[in-house]
Design a protein around this ligand. Structure first.
Ligand code: SF4
Length: 731
C-alpha cells in the first residue's frame, strides 16, 4: 500500500502544500468522483510552511481532473483541415527536428519560437532555456507569465536592481496595514487572504485598504475600499505620497542613506493634491486622506498586488509607484512590511529563476548582459557568443511574427493561448497561418489543439518529479506518485530528447529530474536567487526551503548588520530573518541604493468614448483556474460556477433597459461576445466585469479575450488585459 505523499498545489502562486492519499489507503474509505471512479484524496499539508494546513477548493479537488480527457499519444496531421492520426514519438520528434533544421537553414534560429507556462516545473523551464537560448541560439522563449507578472519583474529589477519579491507570508501575520491594490486575493489567492484575514481579526488595530473598481469579496472585508476609476492607480499612489510628504511622515534617514532619485520624485508628487487626485480617481477626498492616514500611522505596511496592477499599459510604472511609497516610508526589509507581488501561476517564480521570459536568462540574469551570457555559455559547454545578445519575441510578438511570416515553427506547451491571449480573433487568425505548430499538453481537446499540426502528450502534476517556487520564494519538491497515462512524458524529457536529436548530446545527458536540478542550481550560484543549498535530498528530508539558500547553509548575519537590526527592532522576536530580502537595506544596484521613479499617470490605453462608453474589466472566479483545462472537468467547480456572466451596475442597466439574466452582446473594436446580465452594485457605474475562464469548448461566444486589446506596457511588454472600451447591446 502506498503511503500518502506530500506535494504542491498545481494551480496558483500561493503554492499551498498538499498531502495526497491513494484511493484505497488502509483504514480509509475509497474516495470517488461523481462517476464513481476511485480518486486520490487531497488534503492540506499541515506542515507546509507557506499554507500552514490550509487549502482552497481548487487544491482540494485537483485529483478529480487528472484522469479525464487525457492526451495519451503523439498525434500529427499535415494541415489544420485534416484529422489527427496517432504516431510514434519517433515520427513526431523527427518531424519537429527536421522542421527546426529547415527553419534555421532558411531563416536562422529566430524563426523558432516556444511559448511555455508557469505550470512548468523549474526543471522543464530550465531545459527549455538551455535548448532554445543556449543550443539553438534564439531567445524566442516566452511564457504565459508575460500576461501575468512581467510588470512586477520589471518593477523590481528597475527599483531594486534585481527581480525577487522581498517579502514572505509571515509578513501577513505581522503587518499593521495591508494595502491591496489590483488584487482580489480572497478569490484568486484565497489562502494568502485567509492568513491575512485571520491576522486582521486577531489584531483589531491592523487595517486593510483595498483598491479595486469592483466590490469584490476582498473589498467587502476592507476597513477602507477605494473604488477608483480604472486606470487611475498612479494618481492614487502619488496622491498618498503627496499627503505623506505634506505631513512629514517619511523616513529621511532611509531616503538619504539607501535610495536615489527622491528629489525628482518629490517634484512630481507635489502636483498630486488631494483635490486633484480625488477628482481623477472619482473617490471622496476623505477616503484618500484616510488611506494616507493609515499609511502614516502604521509602522509596518505590506502592499499586495496582482493582475489589476500588472496587466496594464503602464504596469511597470504602477509597480514602481507602489515601491516608491515603501521607499519613502522605509517599509521594506522588516517584518510585516514591503511591496509583495502575488504571482498567478504555481511556478511563475521558478520560471523567473530559470530565465523563462524572452529577455532573461537562468539565475536572474538578463539577455543583454554580456557577462551573464558568457557565464551560461560556459556552464552549458557552448562556444562563446552562442547566446544571442538580443531579447527574443515576447508572446504577443510571436503572434505578430506569424502574421508577417517570420515565425516558421511555434511550439506551445502547457498553456492555452487560443483562450488566454488578448484580441483572440487576431490571435486565432495568426495561428491559422503558422507553418508548423507543436502543441504539448496533458489534456485533449483544448481550444489551442485545434490550431496544432503536432500534439505531444505531457505528464502533469502527480506524474513527474520536479520543483516549484511559490510567491514567497519557497521551493517545494513535487514528486511523481502516479503512473503516466499512455506514452506521456515530462516536458523537460521532450525538450532534452529534441536537443539530443539535434546533436547536443553532451548538453542533455540527464537521466532524471534530479540531474537537471543539480545543474540548474549551479546557474544560481552567487546570484540573488542562489539556491545552491537546495537539493532534492534536503527537500525530501527537511521539506520546502526558501531562497536565498546558498550552499554554505544559513549564512550568519554579520555583526554590523546585527547591530543595525538591534537598533531598529525593539522586540528581538521581530528581527529580520533570511526569509526576507533587503533586510540590510542594501539593494542589488551597483551602489546598493534602491531607485525612486517619478511617473505621471497616462491612464487607460483605450479609454471609453461615445462609441464604446463602458470600461470592460476581466478577472477570475474563486473556483475556476484560467481557461478551465482542469477545473472545467471537475463537477464540484462546474456547479459552483456554471456559466459566464457580465456584471452591470443597476444605474447602467436601467439606462439600457437591461433586466437580470438578459443576454447582452458586448462589443469592442476587435470582436464581440455574449453574456447573461448580472445586475449588481458590486461594480461601479460605467464599468462592467466578465470572468475570463470560458473558451470555445466551454460556452458559445463567451470569450472575454475577443474583446481585449494587446497594447502593452512598453517596459514589461505585459498587455493591458484588464481594461478595454466596450458597448453593450441587449440581444
Ligand atoms: Fe492551490 Fe492557490 Fe488554492 Fe492554495 S490558494 S490551494 S495554491 S489554488
Amino acid at each position: 500500500m502506498t503511503d500518502s505523499v506530500k506535494t504542491l498545489c498545481p494551480y496558483c502562486g500561493v503554492g499551498c502544500g498538499l498531502e495526497v492519499s491513494p484511493p484505497a489507503s488502509a483504514g480509509r474509505a475509497t474516495h470517488r468522483d461523481s462517476q464513481g471512479n476511485p480518486i486520490w484524496k487531497v488534503t492540506a499539508d499541515r506542515a507546509h510552511p507557506s499554507s500552514k494546513g490550509m487549502v482552497c477548493v481548487k487544491g482540494a479537488t485537483v485529483s478529480e481532473a487528472v484522469d479525464k480527457d487525457r492526451l495519451k499519444y503523439p498525434m500529427m496531421r499535415d494541415s489544420l483541415g485534416e484529422s489527427f492520426r496517432q504516431v510514434s514519438w519517433d515520427e513526431a520528434l523527427d518531424r519537429i527536428v527536421h522542421r527546426i533544421k529547415t527553419v534555421i537553414a532558411t531563416d536562422g534560429p529566430d524563426g523558432i519560437c516556444m511559448y511555455g507556462s508557469g505550470q512548468f516545473q523549474t526543471e522543464d523551464y530550465y531545459i527549455a532555456q538551455k535548448l532554445l537560448k543556449g543550443c539553438l541560439g534564439t531567445n524566442n522563449f516566452d511564457a504565459n507569465s508575460r500576461l501575468c507578472m512581467s510588470s512586477a519583474v520589471a518593477g523590481y529589477i528597475q527599483s531594486f536592481g534585481s527581480d525577487g519579491p522581498p517579502c514572505c507570508y509571515d509578513d501577513l501575520d505581522l503587518t499593521d496595514c495591508a494595502f491591496l491594490i489590483g488584487t482580489n486575493a480572497a478569490e484568486c489567492h484565497p489562502i494568502v487572504f485567509n492568513r491575512l484575514h485571520k491576522h486582521l481579526k486577531k489584531d483589531r488595530k491592523a487595517k486593510l485598504i483595498v483598491v479595486d473598481p469592483r466590490t469584490t469579496k476582498t473589498a467587502e472585508a476592507a476597513d477602507l475600499h477605494l473604488a477608483i476609476k480604472p486606470g487611475t492607480d498612479i494618481d492614487l499612489l502619488n496622491g498618498i505620497a503627496h499627503l505623506l510628504m505634506r505631513w512629514g511622515k517619511i523616513d529621511t534617514y532611509f531616503i538619504d542613506e539607501c535610495t536615489q532619485g527622491f528629489a525628482e520624485y518629490a517634484q512630481i508628487i507635489r502636483h498630486y493634491s488631494p483635490e486633484i487626485v480625488a477628482q481623477s480617481c472619482n473617490i471622496p477626498i476623505e477616503d484618500l486622506e484616510q488611506a494616507a492616514r493609515y499609511w502614516a500611522d502604521s509602522e509596518r505596511v505590506l502592499s499586495l498586488w496582482s493582475m489589476g496592477v500588472n496587466q496594464s499599459s503602464e504596469g511597470t510604472a504602477k509597480v514602481r509607484t507602489i515601491i516608491n511609497l515603501h521607499l519613502m516610508t522605509a517599509n521594506i526589509g522588516k517584518p510585516g512590511a514591503g511591496p509583495f507581488s502575488l504571482t498567478g501561476q504555481p511556478n511563475a517564480m521558478g520560471g523567473r529563476e530559470a530565465g523563462g521570459l524572452s529577455h532573461i536568462l537562468p539565475g536572474y540574469r538578463v539577455v543583454k548582459n554580456p557577462q551573464h551570457r558568457a557565464e551560461l555559455e560556459q556552464l552549458w559547454g557552448l562556444k562563446p557568443g552562442q547566446i544571442s545578445p538580443e531579447p527574443g519575441r515576447d508572446c504577443w510578438s510571436m503572434i505578430t511574427g506569424l502574421e508577417t511570416g517570420e515565425v516558421g515553427l511555434l511550439w506551445i506547451a502547457a498553456t492555452n493561448p487560443a483562450v488566454s491571449m488578448p484580441d483572440l480573433e487576431r490571435t486565432k487568425a495568426a495561428l491559422l497561418k503558422s507553418p508548423l505548430t507543436v502543441y504539448q499538453d496533458a489534456y485533449y481537446p483544448t481550444e489551442t489543439a485545434a490550431y496544432a499540426h503536432i500534439i505531444l502528450p505531457a505528464a502533469q502534476w502527480s506524474e513527474k518529479t520536479g520543483t516549484m517556487t511559490n510567491s514567497e520564494r519557497m521551493v517545494t519538491l513535487c514528486p511523481q506518485f502516479r503512473p503516466r497515462p499512455g506514452e506521456a512524458k515530462a516536458d523537460w524529457e521532450i525538450f532534452a530528447e529534441v536537443g539530443r536529436r539535434l546533436g547536443f548530446t553532451e548538453q542533455f545527458q540527464f537521466e532524471t529530474s534530479a540531474d537537471v536540478h543539480r545543474e540548474f542550481i549551479q546557474a544560481t550560484r552567487n546570484r540573488p536567487c542562489d539556491m545552491t543549498g537546495i537539493n532534492y535530498e534536503r527537500l525530501q528530508q527537511e521539506g520546502p526551503l526558501q531562497w536565498p539558500c546558498p550552499e554554505e547553509e544559513n549564512p550568519v548575519i554579520d555583526q554590523k548588520e546585527e547591530k543595525l537590526f538591534t537598533s531598529l527592532f525593539k522586540n528581538p522576536a521581530e528581527k529580520p530573518s533570511a526569509k526576507r530580502l533587503y533586510t540590510d537595506w542594501k539593494f542589488n544596484t551597483p551602489d546598493t541604493r534602491a531607485r525612486f521613479a517619478a511617473f505621471h499617470s497616462k491612464g487607460l490605453a483605450e479609454p471609453p468614448d461615445e462609441d464604446y462608453p463602458f470600461v470592460l474589466t476581466v478577472g477570475r472566479l474563486y473556483g475556476h483556474w484560467h481557461t478551465q483545462t482542469r477545473t472545467g472537468r471537475i463537477e464540484k467547480i462546474k456547479k459552483m460556477h456554471p456559466n459566464p456572466f457580465i456584471e452591470i451596475h443597476p444605474r447602467d442597466a436601467a439606462n439600457l433597459k437591461i433586466e437580470e439574466g438578459a443576454l447582452i452582446e458586448v462589443r469592442s473594436r476587435r470582436g464581440a461576445a455574449r453574456f447573461p446580465a448580472m445586475i449588481t452594485k458590486a461594480i461601479t457605474p460605467g464599468t462592467v466585469f466578465v470572468p475570463m475562464h470560458w473558451g470555445a469548448i466551454w460556452a458559445d461566444n463567451a470569450e472575454a479575450n475577443n474583446l481585449t486589446h494587446p497594447i502593452a506596457c512598453p517596459i514589461s511588454l505585459e498587455p493591458e488585459l484588464k481594461a478595454c472600451a466596450v458597448q453593450l447591446i441587449p440581444v
